[in-house]
Ligand binder design. Structure first.
Ligand SMILES: Nc1ncnc2c1ncn2[C@@H]1O[C@H](COP(=O)(O)OP(=O)(O)OP(=O)(O)O)[C@@H](O)[C@H]1O
Ligand SMILES: [Mg+2]
Length: 266
């Protein structure tokens, strides 16, 4: 979205968000904020509620309690396409694309339909949408595969395509759910560079990831969830010193490795 924030409000704020599935409280009274241009990393054990939190923010499920504010406006009751048009993009933990369309057509569809507040039936694609799609294929390094069918792509390229499609909606905040799950070391390194380029282009990012080096390298702050609650929120270096995080999620050895990685051997 091109409009500047109209207030001094944080770009995105979750205020006391709770989401239940029957007796299970998947997200429990969770509050945090994300500032413009920030990368917030989210970690935590399997089942901690990370993806459910993304589902709430992006309108796929509704919060039972609390509110999600984007640029100061309550988006909690919006449908997913309305949240998208409001300027929040999302990639998914599992595959989400049009399998029988080409790579270019996938990104073009997002550029055409994901940017505008009203979806008008049109006989042809907007030239600006075509331009955006090509620019983004270049950004993610998929221009040579533009005519390949999406379902035939390797995992890493499907993830790249999903990112290009999300960016084609021109978000000011991008939610990424496990962007390097299943990738090898070289692919993870490339994805790291891509995420940095996206942020440098002016998009804030909320990143869920279990690969801690990736999360720690990129994140300005880290939120660790456990049983739907906020276990820790702070800088990556502080997280590696937090006893609760070591006990519940990282383990002592991994916490030590992260301290060494961020340059604090103690
Ligand atoms: N639609 C649903 N119906 C019922 N329970 C659900 C639903 N979606 C998620 N849950 C439950 O909510 C809890 C949180 O799940 P969620 O997928 O948000 O965890 P996660 O932190 O993303 O885990 P992972 O790291 O494994 O991806 C889990 O116990 C899960 O089984
Ligand atoms: Mg998940």
């Amino acid at each position: 979205m091109s409009e500047a924030p109209t207030t001094a409000a944080p770009l995105l704020a979750c205020r006391n968000v709770t989401r239940r599935f029957g007796a299970l409280v998947a997200v429990n009274d969770l509050s945090f904020e994300v500032n413009a241009n920030e990368i917030l990393g989210i970690g935590g054990p399997n089942g901690a509620g990370k993806t459910t939190l993304f589902d709430v923010i992006s309108g796929f499920v509704q919060a039972d309690e609390g509110a999600v504010l984007h640029r100061g406006e309550d988006i909690s009751r919006m449908q997913p396409h309305e949240v998208c048009h409001h300027g929040l993009g999302r990639t998914f933990q599992l595959n989400a694309n049009f399998g029988t369309l080409s790579v270019y057509e996938n990104v073009l569809a997002a550029a055409q339909f994901g940017r505008h507040r009203s979806i008008l039936a049109s006989a042809s694609f907007d030239p600006r949408a075509r331009e955006t799609a090509w620019e983004l294929l270049e950004l993610v390094g998929l221009q040579d595969l533009h005519d390949h069918e999406a379902s035939n792509l390797p995992v890493v390229d499907r993830k790249r395509m999903m990112i290009a499609s999300a960016l084609a909606t021109r978000p000011d905040c991008l939610l990424m759910d496990e962007p390097v799950g299943g990738l090898n070391a070289r692919e993870i390194e490339e994805m790291l560079g891509l995420v940095r380029r996206i942020r440098d282009g002016g998009t804030a990012i909320i990143l869920i990831e279990h690969v801690m080096r990736f999360l720690v390298s990129l994140s300005d702050r880290v939120l660790i969830m456990h049983h739907g609650e906020r276990l820790f929120l702070g800088k990556p270096g502080e997280m590696a010193h937090d006893e609760k995080v070591a006990e519940v999620y990282l383990g002592k050895k991994a916490a030590q490795r992260i301290r060494e990685f961020v340059g604090e051997g103690t």
